[in-house]
Design a protein around this ligand. Structure first.
Ligand SMILES: C[S@@+](CC[C@H](N)C(=O)[O-])C[C@H]1O[C@@H](n2cnc3c(N)ncnc32)[C@H](O)[C@@H]1O
Length: 287
């Protein structure tokens, strides 16, 4: 995996901008503070941020909106896991996610392990200091380059207890990885976690499943990120991702497109303030 400071920043900016919407998939009062100064400034200048999202960064829009859907999906699955007694959450490639700050309600019962590159974690700690925010006691930073160290080895350097079931997330990352790396990562997790552990991820849909009306956006997004040196390597139908996970030792609890999630969240919250990106899906698996 490569450093994605830029995408982590964009994800935080998307969550920050979403706080202006009347119907919100994610409540995140800390997102703006976690952004760099340039994004904080742009977010305050409404016409400029509107222009950026709707014109200059138009090709990135589907993945930015997918950020909100995958975050809500993962957190609902985590809440269910907590109800079932799982009390450890490992966020793989946590970036500038403010989960441990914005979900104080869950942190009382949860130990959270954020895995990311040392430089990204240093940046995050620096931003938290600037915001005057003390990381909560249940939050553990696990600095690791996952290109060099497997997830479970990285977690073994912390107080993570591999003997107890855990919930793990891999959000906003799979599309940049070739299939062999996704499979190897999932296999190394399934082999080392306690039975009953759960794993949530999002992935890009293959051309056939994305549906004709979304294919143009999918091609534009792929071209945009490839031009910036972060090519997207992999896409799957929900069934293909389930097969990949089964080979890696996970059984599928749910495999669902973001279009279907959009409908589910519309039923929960009312009409959503944006169009649903039709080129991604989420999956929830159990070891
Ligand atoms: C798109 S961000 C995802 C942010 C977060 N999961 C979310 O949804 O808000 C991807 C993250 O993966 C991290 N990452 C990329 N390559 C990595 C590596 N080799 N080892 C550890 N983390 C890595 C980046 O630093 C970045 O924070």
């Amino acid at each position: 995996m490569k450093t994605r400071a830029t995408t982590a920043e964009l994800v935080a900016a998307m969550r920050a901008l979403h706080q202006r919407d009347r119907v919100r998939l994610v409540e995140d009062p800390h997102a703006l503070g976690l952004c760099g100064w340039h994004l904080r400034l742009l977010a305050r200048l409404r016409p400029v941020s509107w222009f950026l999202i709707n014109h200059a960064l138009r090709d990135l829009r589907p993945s930015m909106l997918g950020v909100l859907i995958r975050a809500r999906y993962a957190e609902q699955a985590l809440e269910a896991a907590l109800r079932d007694g799982i009390a450890q959450y490992a966020i793989i490639g946590a970036g500038l996610d403010s989960f441990a700050l914005r979900r104080a309600d869950l942190m009382r019962r949860l130990q959270v392990f954020e895995i990311d590159l040392p430089a990204m974690q240093a940046l995050k700690r620096e931003r938290l200091r600037r915001m005057g925010v003390e990381p909560p006691p249940g939050l553990h930073f696990v600095a690791a380059d996952l290109g060099e160290v497997p997830v479970m080895e990285a977690l073994a350097t912390s107080s993570f207890d591999a003997g107890r079931p855990a919930f793990l997330s891999l959000l906003g990352v799979t599309y940049y990885l070739p299939t062999e790396v996704i499979a190897a990562t999932a296999r190394s997790i399934s082999q080392a976690v306690a039975p009953g552990s759960r794993f949530v991820l999002d992935h890009m849909l293959d051309d056939a499943t994305a549906g004709p009306e979304h294919r143009e956006k999918r091609a534009a997004l792929k071209a945009y990120v490839a031009k910036r040196g972060e090519p997207m390597h992999s896409d799957y139908s929900p069934e293909e991702m389930s097969e990949l996970m089964a080979e890696a030792g996970f059984r599928t609890l749910e495999s669902i497109t973001m279009m279907d999630l959009g409908e589910r969240f519309t039923r929960e919250l009312g009409p959503l303030p944006f169009e649903i990106p039709g080129i991604f899906a989420c999956g929830l698996y159990e070891a």
